[in-house]
Design a protein. Structure first.
Length: 345
C-alpha cells in the first residue's frame, strides 16, 4: 500500500533529459527494425498487432519494440546512446514536445509526403513540426481524470486554483515531467495558465494536493485505478476505456498532445523505416488506436468507434504552447520544476 504521507518523486540518475513507395522485395531477408517507444504502447497499446501485421506483409523482416520506460525516459536513452557514439534504434516514437531536444542534436531525418505517402491523410493542424522529423500518428488532450465513484460532480475542482484547496490534499496523482510526456504536458499547461515564472508559485501551492509523482503514465494510472487517489493527470478520452473514469477540464481547457514517430539518422534501414512509418499511418493501424491507445488517430480517413460519439471529450478550450517557446525555455523550466518538487522552494 502506498504511504499517503509521502510525496514520492522518482528521478533518473544522470539522465540527459536535457521518397518513394517501397515494396517488401526491396528489403533484404533478415532485416531488423528497432523501434524505441514508451512502455504503455507495448503493455497497453497496439504494438503486438503492428509487429505481427508488418512482419506478415514484409516476409523476412523482424520488428523489435524497445520500451523500458515512459516516453521521455526513452528519449533520454536515445540521446545518451547517440551522444556516446551509436544506438540500435531505427525509429523513435514520442511526443511533439520532444522535437526541440531531438532537433538540438539533429538526430532525426526530415520527411515529406514523398517519403511517407500516408502523410497526406494527416490534418494540417497536427503538423506542428515544419521539418516533419516527428510524423503525427495520434493525438489527444491532457486533462485531469477523476473516479466518479469517489467524487461527486459538486465535489470537483473547476479551476487550477480550486485544485490547491485543502479539501484536495493528497487527492491527485501526477507524472514526473522529466521522464513522462504526460507529466511534461501538464507542466507546460500550468506554464500556459500562469506564465513564467508564475507557474512556480502555482506548483508551490499545488504540492500539498499531490499524493505522488510517478515516473510515467502507466505507473500513475495503475495507482489511480487501485483507488490510491481520486484524481490523476491523464486524457480526455479515458471514459472510452472505462466509463467510471471521467475527464475533468480545469478552466474548461485541455492541453493538446500529439504523438509522432521519426527515423533516426544513424539507421541502417532507412527504406524499411519509411515503410514502417507509412504502415503506422495506414487505416488498418489507425483504426486500432482508439481501442488500444484511447487516442484520436492522426489519419483523417480512419473511422472512430461508435461509442466515441459520446465518451470522447474534446475540451471547449484546447491550449498548447508554441513549440519554439518550448524549445527556448524547456531545459530551464524542467530544472526549476525539479528543484521545486524536491525542495519545496
Amino acid at each position: 500500500m502506498l504511504r499517503r504521507s509521502a510525496l514520492v518523486v522518482l528521478f533518473i540518475g544522470s539522465v540527459l533529459i536535457w521518397g518513394v513507395s517501397l515494396s517488401s522485395a526491396q528489403v533484404g531477408e533478415g532485416s531488423k527494425l528497432v523501434v524505441y517507444v514508451y512502455e504503455s504502447f507495448v503493455s497497453w497499446g497496439p504494438a503486438k498487432f503492428i509487429k505481427t501485421e508488418f512482419e506478415k506483409r514484409n516476409p523476412g523482416v523482424e520488428v523489435e519494440f524497445v520500451a523500458t520506460g515512459p516516453s521521455r525516459e526513452m528519449l533520454a536513452r536515445l540521446v545518451n546512446e547517440l551522444i556516446s557514439g551509436s544506438s540500435p534504434a531505427d525509429i523513435f516514437m514520442g511526443e511533439i514536445n520532444d522535437v526541440p531536444r531531438l532537433k538540438k542534436f539533429g538526430f532525426l531525418v526530415p520527411l515529406s509526403e514523398r517519403d511517407i505517402p500516408n502523410l497526406k491523410t494527416v490534418p494540417k493542424e497536427l503538423l506542428i513540426d515544419p521539418d516533419m522529423t516527428l510524423i503525427p500518428y495520434e493525438h489527444g488532450f491532457i486533462t485531469l481524470v477523476y473516479d466518479s465513484e469517489k467524487l461527486k460532480p459538486e465535489e470537483l475542482p473547476k479551476t487550477f486554483e480550486d485544485l490547491t484547496q485543502p479539501r484536495y490534499t493528497k487527492k491527485l496523482i501526477v507524472q514526473n515531467a522529466l521522464t513522462s510526456s504526460v507529466g511534461h504536458a501538464f507542466l507546460l499547461w500550468t506554464i500556459y495558465s500562469y506564465g513564467d515564472p508564475g507557474y512556480l508559485e502555482y506548483w508551490r501551492k499545488l504540492l500539498p494536493s499531490i499524493l505522488t509523482i510517478q515516473p510515467g503514465w502507466s505507473a500513475a494510472y495503475k495507482l489511480f485505478t487501485r483507488g490510491e487517489a481520486p484524481m490523476v493527470v491523464s486524457f480526455s478520452t479515458d471514459a472510452c476505456f472505462n466509463a467510471r473514469y471521467k475527464p475533468l477540464l480545469l478552466n474548461d481547457q485541455g492541453y493538446r498532445t500529439i504523438f509522432g514517430a521519426g527515423i533516426v539518422k544513424s539507421t541502417d534501414n532507412p527504406r524499411l523505416s519509411r515503410m514502417f512509418l507509412d504502415f503506422l499511418l495506414s487505416v488498418d493501424v489507425q483504426e486500432k488506436l482508439p481501442d488500444t491507445e484511447v487516442m484520436f488517430p492522426a489519419n483523417s480517413q480512419a473511422k472512430l468507434p461508435e461509442k466515441w460519439r459520446t465518451c470522447a471529450v474534446i475540451p471547449p478550450r484546447p491550449v498548447m504552447l508554441p513549440l519554439n517557446l518550448v524549445a527556448e525555455n524547456d531545459d530551464r523550466w524542467l530544472d526549476e520544476w525539479a528543484r521545486l518538487v524536491i525542495t519545496g522552494r
